[in-house]
Design a protein around this ligand. Sequence first.
Ligand code: ADP
Ligand code: 5GP
Length: 185
Amino acid sequence: MARVYVITGPSGVGKGTLIKLLLERIPELELSVSATTRPPRPGEQDGKSYHFLTPQQFARAAAAGDFVEHAEYSGRRYGTLRSELEKRTADGHPVVLEIELQGARQVAAALPDAIRIFIAPPSLEALRTRLIGRGTDPPEQIERRLAVAEQELAAAGEFSRVVVNDDLDRAIDELEACVRATLDG
Ligand code: ADP
Ligand code: 5GP
């Protein structure tokens, strides 16, 4: 089976930004499109950013065993569809999953060969500044995400690979090196 990379880290740390650059640098990598019950943000397209499901659709898929992992985050459900992962790995493409901590733990159990990478912020204050600066979440969502972030940061030690996203150019170089070092076996 092709490599699976799990990229985890608190909301606003820069996972999306880093993954976009990583996919440009390593074109054979493919990003698995997750399912979620949260509403789309402006500009997000169904089937590209996420598969946007109703809570009923999500619950049905979970009951049918359609998810490799799924979790609740900030009052919404998120999950990796088995079909998303399998169609890519079947073609031999290494796949990136961008998921939160509980999902990353489930993947560690389900796919022990997956490479799990934690993206950490330089500080909680930097995280707050980035979440506010991104301008996509209302203030109460930002506070909820920061509260979860404290718990997530406490779990960074579960990951053998941690990349601190301080300076973006430096962090993407480190992430790319980490992925390239494990691409072939
Ligand atoms: P995530 O996907 O982890 O929620 P994003 O990739 O959306 O995070 O990044 C959150 C915000 O932080 C964005 O506005 C992004 O441009 C900014 N950002 C990302 N990396 C850095 C960095 N190294 N330094 C400063 N700002 C950054
Ligand atoms: P957002 O709402 O900002 O897009 O994502 C919120 C959180 O959900 C982020 O930490 C993101 O990594 C995580 N997430 C996105 N897709 C999945 C998924 O398929 N499974 C899990 N467990 N978490 C996900």
